[in-house]
Design a protein around this ligand. Sequence first.
Ligand code: NAD
Ligand code: UD1
Length: 334
Amino acid sequence: MSILVTGGTGFIGSHTAIELLEKGEEIVIVDNLCNSKIEMCDKIKEISGKDFKFYKVDLLDRENLEKVFKENDITEVIHFAGLKAVGESCEKPIEYYHNNITGTLVLVDLMRKYKCKNIVFSSSATVYGKPKELPIKEDFPLSTTNPYGTTKLMIEQILTDIHKSDDEWNVIILRYFNPIGAHESGEIGENPNGIPNNIMPYINYVAADKLDHLNVFGNDYDTPDGTGVRDYIHVVDLALGHLKAIDKIRKMNGQVEIYNLGTGQGYSVLELVQNFEKANGIKIKYEIAERRPGDIAACYADPSKAKNELGWVATRNLEQMCRDSWRYTEKNLK
Ligand code: NAD
Ligand code: UD1
């Protein structure tokens, strides 16, 4: 009996794989390595001290994905695999819809064929669009502003419809807030291609002298210091949320459940910079720049549903997130 982890060599998937293995779960990883490297498999084995099967397979390749189901007794799937860059999704919507939506359809069709009807899906707080109120609860209205976000919303709908058609399916949708940080070993972390778009990798590049300064996108938002506020969550806390989701799905009896995975605490861009400086003793040069189109002022979770129903809370604070991110970057970027 194994958990299939799609996208398991990626940023969140690799951290989750380690926690699953350390807990004693059997896992099988499928990844086409379009945004990760094969070396990640050795790192996961090294850190966890456990072995697992890896298949370099694209979810769109039905024939080879079917082999994974034939050769293993898959009882649950954690579905991370997908393309995730918001800007790129606006330039390449066909590729994003095809990869994320068709990939998921091939996967769930095989799950049905092999009678594995338990899926945990990686969604995003981006599905809340511009929230009218804070903190954000799971039943808030949903909307999206870019093809990436729309793929998340569409997959949520697809999984809900599958459950409606066959109530043997158990679906857990996890809406992540802003994952940052890295494994405390410093061996694995986030490794974006090119110049980073997201703030934490960008700050790390500035700290490593790869970039001159951080552009703070707007200081005239309706927030305490005028800069954007987000719910940053340590990737290991996020990974542990998946273990709780697996425990839950094994007890479910034909349900769809949605959980916010965030800390519930919002921090501004300037607070993040200050925490990074304090945690690592490195000054981060920054300049105030124009607002970035599409950004919202503030976004943070009400994580109480995950606490009450999964028994999950994030425990790592912002300083730890900054320390762990930098430890990884310092070791791997220079
Ligand atoms: P990532 O890019 O590091 O990992 C995704 C993995 O999926 C990569 O290893 C990639 O090679 C693989 N992949 C992509 N398409 C595939 C396909 N067709 N077949 C097989 N493998 C494929 O991303 P991540 O940050 O680890 O995110 C994991 C999931 O969480 C994604 O679905 C993402 O949209 C979602 N998510 C991420 C964030 C974030 O900030 N990182 C926030 C919210 C939601
Ligand atoms: C982005 C994605 C979202 C995804 C999330 C987590 C967009 C519009 N949304 O969210 O779909 O789920 O990442 O990966 O891209 N900032 C700066 N300077 C920078 C970079 C960012 O000031 O160089 C600010 C932003 O304005 C924002 C905050 O930092 O206030 C966080 O930005 P970012 O890390 O890109 O995440 P989000 O935009 O929240």
